[in-house]
Design a protein around this ligand. Structure first.
Ligand SMILES: [Cu+2]
Length: 111
């Protein structure tokens, strides 16, 4: 389902480029990487927008989760694993690791 949505978004972008000749940067389905290492989340990217994707990369030797305090996502990441979250709504979302409650982060998603 997620993959299909991404393909549809890409198709829409390609059509708009064909129709108008110039890409519209705000509509681009970007992927932002956040690396988890040494029991800490890497810095949150600036300029996150709806329909952007965050790719979580667990570079640590521990298993972690990325768990939103509002329940909007909960990604389980064994050591070395990657996972993705698509940002569906403009919001400020705090998140933490269920195994290490001191690990915290925040995503600020603009429209
Ligand atoms: Cu953890």
């Amino acid at each position: 389902m997620t993959v299909r949505l991404n393909i549809l978004a890409g198709g829409a972008l390609a059509l708009s480029v064909l129709a108008f000749g110039i890409p519209s940067p705000g509509a681009e389905p970007r992927v932002h990487e956040i690396v988890i290492d040494k029991l800490a989340f890497g810095p949150a990217p600036e300029a996150l927008h709806v329909n952007n994707t965050v790719e979580w990369v667990n570079a640590d030797i521990f298993r972690h989760t990325v768990t939103a305090t509002n329940g909007s996502f909960d990604v389980d990441l064994p050591a070395g694993a990657k996972g993705r979250t698509i940002l569906k709504r403009a919001s400020v979302v705090d998140y933490f690791c269920r195994f290490h409650p001191g690990m915290k982060g925040r995503l600020e998603v603009a429209p």
